[in-house]
Each structure stands twice: as structure tokens, then as C-alpha cells.
Design a binder for this molecule. Structure first.
Ligand code: ADP
Ligand code: MG
Length: 592
């Protein structure tokens, strides 16, 4: 664990040094300038009303000494306290509201960045951790804009105000006070980075907790079937415990800072009492002046406590910003991606791979030796070959989820890099290998890729995929929920929902990745007819494990280990290609 952690920690430290985090933290305030200025000003007015308190108290004491009327001074004192409190509360509310707005904006833009990330980045990231960055890290920003930002503005003014007033009253006592205060400030500066590191550790651990829990929930049945509940519980609570430990460390440093601040107040109080008392005794100072000075002492020291607290909150927020920034620093796809809904009545398009080379990472190419093949417009072409041959990867390249290292891919005669990404994807219908079904209702799943289809089109797609009987039997018909990841449906039903969803997009090119692997013989036969029907108006490219699905294809491309071995019709390949003949023989399509 430790060795793995060292590298990201360094990277985080670098990020902090580059001023990006600060810019991100305070750039957010820009749209809320008015609220910030108004809120902070009101807080300030409240502060100054508070500052008048000791002076008014002094006049009450003086009036008392002279035996004069107390009502006026006492009324002034009460009014100042009340008005100060009300104004400060109003300012505080404005700042809180602003902070909520900033958290909302941060969440929205973070979610936008996440959904526009590139596929290879998301392959790497953990969903549970991303979720915790959106929900928990953004929440930590809040305190910066309320307490820390506004609080420190108020505190600085209160501190300066107190210093000026105390300087006017007694310069010597002020120096005594400031000496004590400087010690506290130094201590605060030393502690701040420790709080930041501990908070960052706590947030990282929370992210880990999210991703472990996410893993367990994604494979819930496998966890149970493997008897792995206790181990998963231990892994989740292990991460939670690490979060607690780091949280405790942060709390320890926070309380050291708080205690230091509190003790310094006492220290300054005793020092001023000693020095001031001596001066009162020698007649150099009035008692009421000493009392007023001691009151101001609290006005001087309490903003220091507040500043230390602000500094703490700022450190926690910096830790959160670093984690948010790790996501926003990643490249995103162009904003128009997936924008345009599919147009109606499209023309079928052809596909061509010219000398394409692709590898996922730095290791050996998955698609290599300059793969070239052609899929004519219209009709059905099949991609077959052993598992791991690179068939699914070919689909990923056509969708532009991944960029090839060499060669060109043409769709409709046009290099896919020249297609606007949104248009390219709108022209494609894609059924993924594991046919994902989304949490939501049956209908939401069907119209997911084509929100404006008519009821008639939905009915047609249901009939084509033989889902009509099922939907009729369901208690709420199309409005029936399908569970998260479609768990309330069978594997074959999920595949048919995915196919219906792709068909409703009326794609120019339909990509089916082992889309019928889980269907029973009757439904598969039926869907083969549907695909043949669709192939009259669309180009259909199917990956099939069962060769029986593709014997009728216009053209079959045989892939093996990232290469195209052969292509032709079923009959041609049985004659010409050993691998294909072998595959066909094991599936009882020809006698060996
Ligand atoms: P097929 O669909 O023909 O079974 P794939 O295209 O899924 O094969 O995979 C081809 C090879 O690429 C396999 O060796 C697989 O391990 C690897 N591979 C697939 N997806 C990824 C990925 N996202 N990152 C790294 N390697 C991958
Ligand atoms: Mg595959």
C-alpha cells in the first residue's frame, strides 16, 4: 500500500504548488461576487457594531462612577449588540446561500467532466471513487466559502480594528499582547500542512471505501456464492478505518491549534493584567481603561482563533480540490458527443480498415500487422474468430472509444477522425458484448438512444425482438422497472432489450457484439430473420460466437490473434480456411 501511495502523494504535492488548486478554489467565487461582497460587508458591519461594545461599556462604567443617568448608555449598548447580531446573521445567511450555489456548480461541472471523459480513462478509474469525489469532496468545499473566506475577512478587520483601538488606548500593553499572538500564529502555520495531508488521506480512504463497496454490489451474487461477504465487509471497514485514523490525526492537530490559541488568550490576559495592574497602581492608567483594554484583548485574540479555524478548513478544502482536480485535469471528448439524436431514414454506410494498428497500453498490439478489411454498405457482414482475437476491439475502434496508433478507419467513405464525434455515434447502433440494461423502466431502456421515437416505433421494435409478449405480461407494461443492471430480466431478455434499443436508433451501421449468444434456439432463429430484414436498409456488422448465426451472412471476416486471416462466404471459407473449417466442424456445421 505504502509504496503505491508515494507516487500520487508527490503528484498531489506538485499540483498544490502549481497554483491551479487555488485558482479553482477561488475562481468559483467569481459569479457570486455580489453575494460575497454584500455578505462579507454585512458581517463586517456586525463586527464593527460588536467592536463598539467595549467603548460603550467604558462610558457606562464612567457614567456609573460619576453617578450620572445610566439609561442612555445602557440603551446604546443593547442596541449596538442587537443590531450587530442581526446584521451579522443576515450576512452569514447570504454567504451560506452562496456556498450552496458554489457546491452545486462544482458538482454539476464535475459530473459533466466525468460523463465526457474518454473511454480509456474510465476503464482505469473506479466508479465508487468517482462517486465519492462528486458527493463527499464537493461537500468539503462548503466551509471554505462560508467560514473560512467570510470568517477571515471579518476576522482580519476585527483584528486590525482592535489593534488600532488598543494602540490608541495603550501602546505598551499592545506590544505585550502582540508578542504572545505572534507565537500562536507561527504555531498555526506549522500545523496547517499536517491537517491538509491528514484530510487528503481521509478523503482518499473514503474513495477507496466507495470503490470496494461498489465492487461488492456490482457482483453481489458472486460475493454471496463465493462466501466472500466477511472478506468484503473487512475490506470496506478497513478503508473506513483508514479514513477514521486520518480523520483522528486531523482532529488532533486541529485541537492542538485550538488549544494553543486558547492558552495564548489566557497568557496574554495574565500578561496584560500584570503590566496593566502595575500601571493602574502607579496612577498611569485608569481602571476603566484597563477593563476596556482587557475586553479588546478578546476582540484581538478571538479573530486569531477564527483565522486558525479558517486555515484548517482551507486545508481540508484544498485536499478536496486536489481530488476534484485529478478528474477535471483529464482530457474530455468534444462537447457535441452524442448530442444529435439519430436522424430518420438513413442510408447504409460502408466501413473500411486501412492498415490499422492498435494497442491498449504499452504492451503488444491487440490489433496488429496493419489490419485491413472492408464491409460493404448494406447487407450483413460477420466477424468471427476465437475469443481474444480482437473482435470487440474492432467495434471499440469504429465507435472511436479508442484511437488507433496507425492506419485509418473509414465509415461511409470518410475518415472517422473527420466525422464530428456526435454525428459518427448517431449513425451507429451498438449492442455491447454484455448487453447492459440500465436501471429504470422498460421504456426508458428502449428510448435511451432515441428519446423521440413514437409509440408505433416502440411497438414495432418490441415485436421484432419478440419482447411484446413479455411486456404484455408485466404488471405495469412498459413502465415496469427492470432493476439495476436489468437484474429482473433473464440474459436473453436483456440482450433483446439491448437490440431493440439499438434498432430504435435507426442506425446506418448496426454493430452487434455476440448479441444473440444467450437466446434460445427459437428466439435466435427469429432474430436472425429480423437482422436479415434490417440488413436490407442498414449495414449490419455482427460478431458471433455461434457460427450458425452467420452462415447466411453476405460476407464473413475471420480474425485470429489481432489479424484478419481470411474473408468470404461460409462456403468459400469452409473450402479455403483451416481455422474456419475447424470452428465450423466443432459446431457441427460441417463434418470434419
Ligand atoms: P474478442 O472480442 O475477439 O474476444 P477483445 O477485442 O475483447 O477480443 O480483446 C482482444 C485482446 O485485448 C484480449 O487479449 C484482451 O485481453 C485485450 N483487451 C480487451 N479490452 C482491453 C482493455 N480495455 N484494456 C486492455 N486490454 C484489453
Ligand atoms: Mg469480444
Amino acid at each position: 500500500m505504502g509504496a503505491e501511495d508515494a507516487e500520487p502523494e508527490n503528484r498531489r504535492a506538485d499540483m498544490l504548488r502549481d497554483r491551479g488548486s487555488w485558482r479553482l478554489l477561488f475562481g468559483q467565487v467569481r459569479p457570486h461576487r455580489k453575494a460575497l461582497v454584500l455578505g462579507a460587508s454585512l458581517s463586517l458591519v456586525g463586527t464593527f457594531a460588536g467592536l463598539a461594545m467595549p467603548i460603550l461599556a467604558k462610558s457606562v462604567i464612567d457614567a456609573f462612577g460619576k453617578g450620572a443617568d445610566l439609561v442612555g448608555p445602557l440603551a446604546g449598548l443593547s442596541l449596538a449588540v442587537l443590531a450587530g447580531a442581526l446584521i451579522a446573521a443576515w450576512g452569514r445567511f447570504l454567504l451560506e446561500r452562496m456556498a450552496e450555489g458554489i457546491v452545486l456548480a462544482t458538482r454539476t461541472s464535475l459530473v459533466e467532466r466525468i460523463l465526457r471523459l474518454k473511454v480509456p480513462d474510465v476503464d482505469r478509474l473506479k466508479p465508487g471513487d468517482l462517486l465519492s469525489r462528486v458527493s463527499s469532496d464537493t461537500t468539503l468545499l462548503r466551509a471554505v466559502y462560508t467560514e473560512a473566506l467570510a470568517g477571515s475577512v471579518g476576522s482580519v478587520f476585527m483584528f486590525l480594528g482592535a489593534v488600532v483601538l488598543m494602540a490608541i488606548m495603550d501602546g505598551l500593553l499592545l506590544l505585550v499582547t502582540l508578542g504572545v499572538v505572534a507565537l500562536v500564529a507561527l504555531m498555526g502555520l506549522a500545523i496547517a500542512p499536517r491537517i491538509r495531508r491528514a484530510s487528503l488521506g481521509a478523503q482518499v480512504a473514503l474513495g477507496e471505501m466507495g470503490s470496494v463497496l461498489d465492487r461488492a454490489l456490482q457482483a453481489f451474487r458472486t460475493v454471496k456464492a463465493s462466501g466472500a461477504e466477511s472478506r468484503e465487509i473487512a475490506a470496506v471497514s478497513g478503508a473506513a478505518t483508514r479514513a477514521r485514523d486520518r480523520g483522528v490525526t486531523a482532529a488532533a492537530w486541529t485541537s492542538v491549534a485550538g488549544t494553543g490559541a486558547w492558552m495564548s488568550v489566557q497568557l496574554a490576559f495574565i500578561a496584560v493584567l500584570g503590566v496593566g495592574g502595575a500601571r493602574v497602581a502607579s496612577g498611569a492608567m485608569e481602571v476603566s481603561a484597563l477593563i476596556a483594554f482587557l475586553l479588546y484583548l478578546f476582540y484581538l485574540v478571538s479573530p486569531i482563533g477564527q483565522l486558525i479555524q479558517s486555515l484548517t478548513q482551507l486545508q481540508v478544502a484544498m485536499a478536496a480540490i486536489i481530488r476534484i482536480q485529478e478528474v477535471t485535469a483529464l482530457d474530455s471528448e468534444p462537447a457535441a458527443s452524442g448530442g444529435a439524436g439519430p436522424a430518420r431514414a438513413r442510408m447504409p454506410v460502408d466501413v473500411r480498415f486501412d492498415d490499422v494498428v492498435f494497442r491498449y497500453g504499452d504492451d503488444r498490439p491487440v490489433v496488429h500487422d496493419q489490419v485491413s478489411f472492408e464491409v460493404p454498405a448494406g447487407g450483413m457482414t460477420a466477424l468471427v474468430g476465437p475469443s481474444g482475437a480482437g473482435k470487440t476491439t474492432v467495434f471499440g475502434l469504429i465507435e472511436r472509444f479508442y484511437e488507433p496508433q496507425a492506419g485509418t478507419i473509414l465509415v461511409g467513405g470518410r475518415d472517422i477522425r473527420e466525422w464530428p464525434l456526435g454525428d459518427l455515434r448517431a449513425a451507429l447502433g451498438y449492442v455491447e458484448q454484455d448487453a447492459p440494461v440500465l436501471a429504470g423502466t422498460f421504456r426508458e431502456n428502449l428510448v435511451f438512444g432515441a428519446p423521440d421515437v413514437t409509440e408505433g416505433e416502440i411497438a414495432q421494435a418490441l415485436a421484432r425482438t419478440r419482447l411484446d409478449d413479455l411486456v404484455e405480461r408485466l404488471p405495469a407494461g412498459l413502465e415496469t422497472p427492470v432493476g439495476h443492471r436489468g437484474v429482473l430480466l433473464s440474459g436473453g431478455e436483456r440482450q433483446r432489450v439491448a437490440i431493440a434499443r439499438a434498432l430504435l436508433r435507426r442506425p446506418s451501421l448496426l454493430l452487434l457484439d455476440e448479441a444473440t449468444s444467450q437466446l434460445d434456439a427459437v428466439n435466435e432463429l427469429r432474430l436472425r430473420e429480423v437482422v436479415a430484414e434490417v440488413a436490407r436498409e442498414t449495414t449490419v456488422l455482427v460478431i458471433a460466437h455461434r457460427l450458425s448465426t452467420v452462415t447466411g451472412a453476405d460476407r464473413i471476416i475471420v480474425m485470429e490473434a489481432g489479424r484478419v486471416r481470411a474473408s468470404g462466404t461460409h462456403e468459400e471459407l469452409v473450402d479455403a480456411d483451416d481455422l474456419y473449417r475447424e470452428l465450423a466442424a466443432t459446431q457441427f456445421l460441417v463434418s470434419s
